[in-house]
Design a protein around this ligand. Structure first.
Ligand code: BTN
Length: 326
């Protein structure tokens, strides 16, 4: 952990009580002057840190920006997800950054956030708008010991973790549309783009690319999306603390990743099914050239959607665009 992350962790732990410069200096083995210099740097970034002879340093408020040290401090200890956190002010796509890190052999768990993306990608070759400082645009590198056909489990786990985090922080009720959209009141608020590199029988790495529309106003969405997309701010009626939400999402992702690789996917799938909009509905799946119509019956043990067609055949769906019939 960097000194700034250690200082922010200590300030958050002290809460309203404050912590003295002498204590910080002793704990981290650096001079009080060096602590003061770090505090000044954090203030320059917008952290409101008060200093008083009696209470010591106290974190009054944090700015609305993503800062790797602050995210690390908020996150605390995780098993895998977020062990290494990086924040870019701008990048093409966070999935591209992670892809490069994966090829360079970086350990799983690294997370890359960007305040804005110039070439954000959605599923099925679509573009993903990533307006600066309004959302969470980030990607996670995982190296699970799974077969390629089991990788959908990770998307299902990510959706479950995101739904839990959103419920907790924004206090709204999300629903999941297979495999990876999170909706509120029928409008999309989160998209997940899962990209994978694999050999025939073994996953090399998986990139979970996640876009959360956090504090966008209706006018921030392109006109053609306004009926289909929404934000947590619009739905909850108040701006959401992006850094807090980011930390909760990563903690929940870490927990669900542990469930998947620990052989407990069934529990994740049960939680997913309880919030799923797709199951028990007649759907059309567009597979890019081929369409399948039928009744969305269940999820199998790989996270695949099972659809019963009108001819009684069971189709296994691992990708594509699902439309819910009225
Ligand atoms: C979808 O089509 O629903 C998936 C959208 C995924 C968007 C996220 S934003 C962070 C990451 N980087 C990208 O370029 N895409 C994903």
């Amino acid at each position: 952990m960097t000194t700034d992350a250690q200082i922010l962790t200590a300030l958050r732990a002290a809460d309203a009580g404050g912590v003295s410069g002498a204590e910080l200096s002793q704990r981290f083995g650096i001079s009080r002057a060096a602590i003061w210099a770090r505090i000044e740097e954090l203030r320059m970034l917008g952290y409101d840190i008060s200093a008083s002879p009696h209470l010591g340093y106290r974190l009054v408020s944090a700015p609305d920006l993503l800062h790797a040290d602050d995210l690390t401090a908020r996150l605390g200890k995780t098993k895998v997800v977020g062990r290494d956190l990086r924040v870019f002010q701008e990048t093409t796509s966070t999935n591209d950054v992670i892809e490069k890190l994966a090829r360079d052999g970086v350990k799983e768990g690294v997370v890359v956030f960007a305040e804005t993306q110039t070439k954000g990608r959605g599923r099925l070759g679509r573009k993903w708008a990533s307006p600066a400082r309004n959302g969470l645009w980030f990607s996670v590198l995982l190296r699970p010991d799974l077969r390629p056909q089991e990788a959908t489990r990770l998307t299902v786990a990510a959706a479950t973790a995101l739904a839990r985090a959103i419920r907790r922080v924004a206090r709204v009720t999300p629903q999941i549309k297979w495999p990876n959209d999170i909706l509120i009141g029928g409008k999309k608020v989160v998209g997940i783009l899962t990209e994978m590199s694999a050999e025939l029988d073994r996953v090399r790495h998986v990139i979970l690319g996640i876009g959360v529309d956090v504090n966008l106003n209706a006018g921030d969405f392109p006109a053609e999306l306004r009926k289909l997309a929404t934000s947590l701010k619009i739905e909850s009626g108040a701006a959401v603390d992006r850094a807090e939400l980011a930390a909760v999402i990563l903690r929940e992702l870490d927990a669900d990743y542990a469930r998947v690789i620990g052989g407990r996917f069934a529990a994740v799938a049960d939680e997913w099914e309880a919030q799923c909009l797709t199951l028990g509905r007649n759907v059309t799946v567009d597979l890019g050239g081929r369409r399948i119509q039928g009744y969305a019956e269940s999820l199998d043990e790989d996270g695949t959607l099972l659809i019963r067609t009108q001819h009684g055949r069971l189709e296994r769906i691992i990708g594509g665009d699902v439309t819910l019939e009225k």
